[in-house]
Design a protein around this ligand. Structure first.
Ligand SMILES: Cc1ncc(COP(=O)(O)O)c(C=O)c1O
Ligand SMILES: N[C@@H](CCOP(=O)(O)O)C(=O)O
Length: 467
């Protein structure tokens, strides 16, 4: 499989190249040159398979052909999902008639990121070993990607990983999950800014070609296609369990960087019948405003009780934009340049109308989110974290009538004890393996949000490890 950049100014690459490059050289995101498609019979053949095997078969068209063979991918998936604490890996829990929570938080760091990152960490090892190379990964987190990426990459000999988090803007559990990991190849940087600042810094490091080359930069955020590919299989597994391809489903996804909902859309692009994608937001409701009134304008990030979605610049929207603009890379590049310059994205009316046929927007502010957590517990007994609660409300309100709705349960409620206490008067307990999290020493470096300052911190770290 070859991949092209959404902005058309970078050479096409194979999967190994895309994994290691992360972001295309022209600042665009890699997308498959040709989408793989599965027939109804091929979908049916996946029903009932163990999750690791299903995931390998769904990801194979995206990943195999270079250094990764199908047998490698099967082994990597088996190994990656062995450590999950539920035998089904991604269990589907029925909450109401036609309403299901797809639990994506049974991995080592209790959030959906583990599903793709446990595979990606192993892929990095495999491809870097085959090429006898090393990389420096730089990533940005609003709370969950950081710990999942660190857990996936810690102690890997060919990878150094530096994660930028917005200081004081994640939950304490999320921060500690990152900053208490002791491994020589891990660096945590607490940035004076918000997630959008951290993500912009990461992209600016990639745009600095000499720096990118010097450190051999790579990415673990969902700007890396490997992340999107690793998030497609669980939507497939859930849809198959509910009768797809012989019946349509709808999905509702708590959304920030647009990676997870894009993975669901990719499953449909591969032929899975999905009737509607409900994009669920917190008070950072830029996507809901866009879908309601074609108004994609940034208004400044607001801090909420669902901090992982405190995002206004949703990187993966660019991949969808490229597709709905008929894969016109020049138009995509122009639209993104305008958005960067003005904080406002203008999408042609017919394109917006086409998007509205498939996507619905939904948002809840903090007060409504806490009330929703309480309501879900009262009505169903289910304890949903703040992100998941927004997704469940979105599914209930916006999924088409008569179509089973899958709400992505993206994090374990124990990651947000204070919000849960405010909502339902209790703090869900962490699993035993994380029981001493509050007693482990934290290690991180502070940085301002100037590019040169962050680059100096990352460079020192990488050079020290490569000396
Ligand atoms: C718990 C949780 N829910 C939802 C999201 C939003 O997902 P995405 O960025 O893929 O839109 C994130 C962060 O990415 C998250 O950590
Ligand atoms: N919500 C994320 C932000 C980064 O998203 P990603 O999926 O692009 O890595 C987080 O929790 O860090």
């Amino acid at each position: 499989m070859r991949y092209v950049s959404t902005r058309g100014g970078a050479p096409a690459r194979d999967f190994d190249g895309v994994l290691l490059a992360g972001l295309a050289e022209d600042g665009g995101l890699f997308v498959p040159e040709v989408w793989p498609e599965f027939s109804a019979a091929e979908w049916r053949a996946l029903r009932g398979l163990p999750y690791a095997e299903l995931a390998a078969r769904v990801m194979a068209p995206f990943m195999c052909g270079g250094a990764v063979t199908f047998a490698d991918l099967q082994r990597i998936c088996r190994d990656a999902y062995r450590g999950f604490d539920h035998a089904a890996v991604v269990p589907l829990v029925q909450l109401d008639a036609g309403l299901f929570a797809l639990e994506l938080f049974h991995g080592p760091t209790l959030a959906f990121k583990d599903l793709a990152l446990q595979v990606a960490g192993r892929l990095f090892d495999h491809v870097l070993e085959a090429r006898d190379e090393r990389v420096t990964i730089v990533g940005a987190t609003s709370g969950d990607t950081g710990s999942a990426a660190i857990e996936a990459c810690r102690d890997r000999s060919r990878v150094d990983i530096a994660i930028l988090h917005p200081e004081g803007k994640t939950s304490e559990v999320q921060r500690r999950q990152m900053t208490t990991v002791r491994a020589p190849n891990v660096l945590n940087i607490a940035v004076d800014g918000n997630f959008d600042d951290c993500q912009a810094l990461v992209k600016a490091m990639f745009a600095d070609a000499p720096f990118r080359e010097e450190l051999r930069l790579s990415a673990v955020n969902s700007i890396n296609w490997a992340r999107i590919a690793g998030q497609i299989p669980y939507f497939v597994a859930a849809a198959l369990a509910l009768g797809t391809p012989d019946r349509e489903v709808a999905v509702a996804v708590p959304t920030g960087n647009f990676g997870n909902v894009l993975a669901a859309w990719a499953a449909r692009r591969m032929g899975l019948p999905v009737a509607k994608f409900v994009v669920a937001s917190n008070a950072n409701d830029i996507l809901a405003r866009f879908l309601a009134a074609n108004d994609m304008s940034t208004t400044g990030v607001v801090e909420t009780v669902s901090p992982s979605m405190d995002i206004q610049v949703s990187s993966n929207f660019e991949r969808l934009l490229f597709e709905v603009l008929g894969r016109d890379a020049q138009a995509t590049e122009r639209t993104m340049a305008d958005f960067r310059a003005t904080g406002r994205m203008a999408v042609p009316d017919q394109v917006w109308r086409a998007l509205k046929r498939d996507f619905a927007g939904f948002s809840l502010d903090d007060e409504a989110t806490l009330a929703e957590i309480a309501r879900i517990q009262r009505d169903t007994g289910y304890i949903a974290d703040p992100h998941t609660a927004i997704g469940i409300a979105a599914a209930r309100e916006c999924a088409p009538v008569g179509v089973p709705a899958i709400a992505a349960a993206t994090a374990h409620p124990a990651k947000f004890p204070e919000a849960m206490h405010r909502a339902i008067g209790m703090r869900p307990g962490l699993p035993e393996r994380l029981g001493d999290l509050y007693h482990r020493p934290e290690v991180f470096q502070r940085s301002g949000s100037h590019l040169a300052e962050v680059q100096a911190v990352v460079r020192n770290f990488a050079h020290r490890n490569n000396a």
